[in-house]
Design a protein around this ligand. Structure first.
Ligand code: X90
Length: 277
C-alpha cells in the first residue's frame, strides 16, 4: 500500500476503508476498561459512567499501537489528538522513528491536530483529497500544514467533570458549568488546550454564541463538521442556523466515539470548521 492515513480514536472516525486505521485510546475505571474501537458500545459506556462514582481516566495509545497501524504502508500520515492534553502525539512520533528505521524508504508524517474530534475529521478529509489528486508526499505535508492554519474548533459543554477529575482543566473552571443550565462555550487554543470563552445559560444561547464566534473567526460557508454526544437536537439546530446564513455550506453531523464522549460528556457538541483566512 502506498498511502495510508492513521488517526487516533479522538477523530471519531471508524471503518473508513482499507487505507485508513484508527488507533484507539482507552477509557479506564476501577470496574471496567473500554477500548475506543469499532466494538465499543458508546451508549453503554456513557450510561455506565453516568452512574459510576469511582475513579475514571483515559490512556493514549502506545508507540506499539501506532506502529501496528502503520504496517504495510509506504507513506503514512498520522493524525493525533492535541499534544497539549495527551501523550498520543509523542507515541506517534516514537513510532515514526522506529517505522522509518525498520522500513527503509518509508515516510511517516505526524500531524499534531492541537484539537480533537471534528477538526481531525477535516484534516483527514483534506489528506484524502490531496492523496486522490495525485500529489506527492512532500507536497501533501506542506499543503496539510498550511490547511491546519485555516481550521478551528469550538465546543459547548454541559459538564467538565471528567476534564477536572483528570487534571486537564482547573476545578474552578469546571465549577462554572453543570449548574443552572450553564454551558461552557470555548475553543481549542493555539496551544491545543481548552480555552473557555463564554458561559451560556441554555442551549439556544450557546448555539447563538457559537454562530457569532464562527462569523467572528472568518467562517464563510466552508466545511463544518459537528460531532455531538447524545445531542443530535443541538447539532441539527446549529446546522439549520448555518445553512440559513450560507445556503451552500458543506455541513455534516456525526457522533462522538468513546474518548470524545468521555470528555465532552452527554449534551456536548464539538464543531470543526474551515476559515476563509
Ligand atoms: O491521553 C489521554 O488520555 C487523552 C486525553 C484527552 C483530553 C482531551 C479530550 C478532548 C475531547 C472535548 C472538548 C474539546 C476540547 C478541545 C481542546 C483542544 C473533546
Amino acid at each position: 500500500m502506498k498511502f495510508k492515513i492513521v488517526a487516533d480514536s479522538s477523530a471519531d472516525l471508524k471503518n473508513m476503508g482499507e487505507e485508513f486505521s484508527s488507533v484507539p485510546l482507552k477509557i479506564i475505571t476501577d470496574a471496567k476498561e473500554y477500548t475506543d474501537d469499532e466494538n465499543l458500545n458508546v451508549e453503554e459506556m456513557t450510561e455506565f459512567l453516568a452512574s459510576y462514582k469511582g475513579k475514571s481516566s483515559t490512556a493514549c495509545p502506545s508507540s506499539e499501537d501506532w506502529l501496528c497501524a502503520f504496517k504495510n504502508a509506504e507513506c503514512i500520515f498520522a493524525i493525533t489528538i492535541t499534544s497539549g492534553l495527551s501523550g498520543s502525539f509523542n507515541s506517534a512520533r516514537l513510532a515514526k522513528e522506529q517505522y522509518e528505521s525498520e522500513n527503509p524508504g518509508s515516510k511517516v508524517f505526524v500531524i499534531d491536530s492541537l484539537s480533537a474530534g471534528p477538526e481531525l475529521k477535516l484534516i483527514y478529509e483534506k489528506l484524502k483529497e490531496l492523496i486522490e489528486s495525485g500529489k506527492d508526499f512532500e507536497e501533501i505535508c506542506e499543503l496539510i500544514t498550511e490547511y491546519q492554519k485555516h481550521t478551528g474548533l469550538f465546543f459547548s459543554l454541559e459538564s467538565l467533570k471528567n476534564f477536572a477529575n483528570n487534571g486537564r482543566v482547573s476545578k474552578v473552571v469546571a465549577k462554572i458549568v453543570g449548574v443552572l443550565d450553564i454551558r461552557l462555550v470555548g475553543k481549542a487554543s493555539s496551544e491545543g488546550t481548552l480555552e473557555p470563552l463564554y458561559k451560556a445559560r441554555g442551549e439556544a444561547k450557546a448555539i447563538s454564541r457559537i454562530v457569532e464566534l464562527l462569523l467572528e473567526n472568518s467562517y464563510g460557508g466552508g466545511k463544518l463538521r459537528i460531532d455531538h454526544c447524545d445531542n443530535e437536537k443541538a447539532a441539527l439546530k446549529l446546522k439549520e442556523r448555518i445553512i440559513n446564513l450560507f445556503p451552500g455550506a458543506d455541513v455534516k453531523i456525526g457522533e462522538t466515539y468513546g474518548l470524545c464522549s468521555f470528555y465532552a460528556e452527554k449534551g456536548g457538541i464539538l464543531i470543526g470548521y474551515e476559515k476563509l483566512y
